[in-house]
Design a protein around this ligand. Structure first.
Ligand code: ZN
Length: 59
């Protein structure tokens, strides 16, 4: 079921928002966001909510 292409080459891995858990899809820090109920990794970007969460202090 895995895609042939390794996720290590995903452009989204360079986004700073990967440092936080995504509130939209639940991806953990360091993991790509997923779409379609988690069946497809978002290799080129992350959810907007994740970027917002990264830019918003939680304390
Ligand atoms: Zn997400």
């Amino acid at each position: 079921m895995n895609a042939a292409e390794p996720t290590t080459t995903a452009p989204a891995l360079s986004l700073p928002a990967l440092a936080v858990t995504c509130p939209a899809c639940g991806s953990k820090p360091g993991e790509l966001c997923t779409s379609h109920s988690g069946t497809r990794p978002r290799r080129n970007d992350v959810h907007r909510a994740r970027t917002t969460a990264h830019n918003t202090p939680t304390t």
